[in-house]
Ligand binder design. Structure first.
Ligand code: TXA
Ligand code: MG
Length: 319
């Protein structure tokens, strides 16, 4: 891809206006959401969406989430049954993505849905994301703003480190408060199923629907969101999970009573841990420890389930 000059915009009206204008003219803009930074493109513009895949080096078969300002806009692209509408009303705006049947004739680029009959839709809560979507007045297709397979960005600097010169602009809104990608829920026969654990705890969804949220699995028992590759969210260094002590040549990511080189949360708070996860992985990775990164055990409850999902993928054998 030709080298672009990536513009950096401040989180004010002028910055939002310029970012929206770039989106409307088919450009790529990284913008903050409450979960992670997204790499946005006009979801109706084939060429713009194709540029997202090229900038990220992303496999073409992996579909993208469409970001819209409110539920009314979501309904122009996705067909929401009662279960989907209930979750949308309860948790939007917020860190939840719903995969629903695509509305027939919706003007979305085929690349966004990767030929599937369903579309992933999300209404983000971050005020800058909401302003940008409103001013752009376009549905915005946005994967996380990182080179494919790598750690997702939670600051504008993370975005620039991975994509400077490959995208048109970055709207800098500081650090993302949640720090983990959205929870993704799909529906089969009207029944909600988990496609990806994320920033909205599974327990909150279960409380809303009044039943357990079973994972959507394929024949190999793997989660079926097509982009959920086993190795993903990966730093350069190898990871050793569930570690209670540091071995020679390692750096150590702590949690709670396990202090580590850096701690996700000394108090053992999972919200704080989620917000710190990707930034701390990058910092430890940059230390270049010969034996890699050891990671303290994280409890498998609430956001801990999403944190452990990301850590397992970061630790998985690389392809
Ligand atoms: O928090 C987030 O969700 C962030 C911010 C930017 O919104 N976005 C994000 O996008 O994490 P991405 O592209 O990194 O992950 C989207 C996931 C992929 O695993 C993809 O396969 C899945 O959503 N997905 C998208 N459309 C789908 C569909 N129609 N059916 C099943 N899975 C879908
Ligand atoms: Mg991603």
């Amino acid at each position: 891809m030709t080298d672009l000059v990536t513009e950096h915009f401040r989180p004010d009206d002028a910055g939002t206006q310029r970012a929206a204008a770039i989106l409307r003219s088919g450009g790529l803009v990284a913008f903050p959401t409450e979960t992670v930074y997204g790499l946005g493109a006009d979801a109706c513009n084939d060429l713009a969406v194709a540029r997202v895949f090229e900038a990220k080096g992303r496999p073409r078969f992996n579909p993208l989430i469409v970001h819209v300002p409110d539920f009314d806009a979501a309904r122009s692209y996705g067909s929401f049954g009662p279960a989907a509408e209930r979750l949308a009303q309860a948790f939007w705006p917020g860190p939840l993505t719903l995969v629903v049947p695509t509305v027939r004739g919706a003007p979305l680029s085929e690349l966004v849905t990767a030929g599937l009959a369903s579309v992933a839709v999300r209404v983000p809560e971050h005020p800058l994301a909401r302003d940008l979507l409103t001013v752009a007045a376009r549905p915005v297709a946005a994967p996380s703003a990182n080179p494919s397979g790598r750690v997702s960005p939670t600051t504008a600097k993370h975005v620039a480190d991975g994509l400077n010169g490959r995208i048109d602009a970055i709207l800098d809104g500081g650090a993302c408060p949640v720090g983990l990608e959205s929870t993704i829920v799909g529906f089969e026969g009207g029944v909600a199923r988990l496609l990806r654990p994320g920033g909205l705890p599974i327990e909150a969804i279960e409380a809303c629907i009044g039943s357990l949220l079973p994972p959507a699995v394929n024949n190999e028992g793997a989660i079926t969101a097509p982009g959920q590759l086993a190795s993903h969210y990966a730093p350069d260094a190898p990871l050793r999970l569930g570690a209670t002590e540091m071995r020679d040549g390692e750096v150590f990511l702590g949690f709670g009573p396990v202090a580590g080189t850096l701690s996700l949360s000394p108090a053992g708070d999972l919200l704080e841990a989620a917000a710190n996860l990707y930034a701390h992985l990058r910092t430890l990775d940059d230390m270049g420890a010969a034996a890699g990164i050891a990671v303290a055990p994280i409890p498998e409850i609430g956001l801990g389930r999403a944190i452990n999902d990301r850590l397992r993928r970061a630790a998985a054998p690389r392809t």
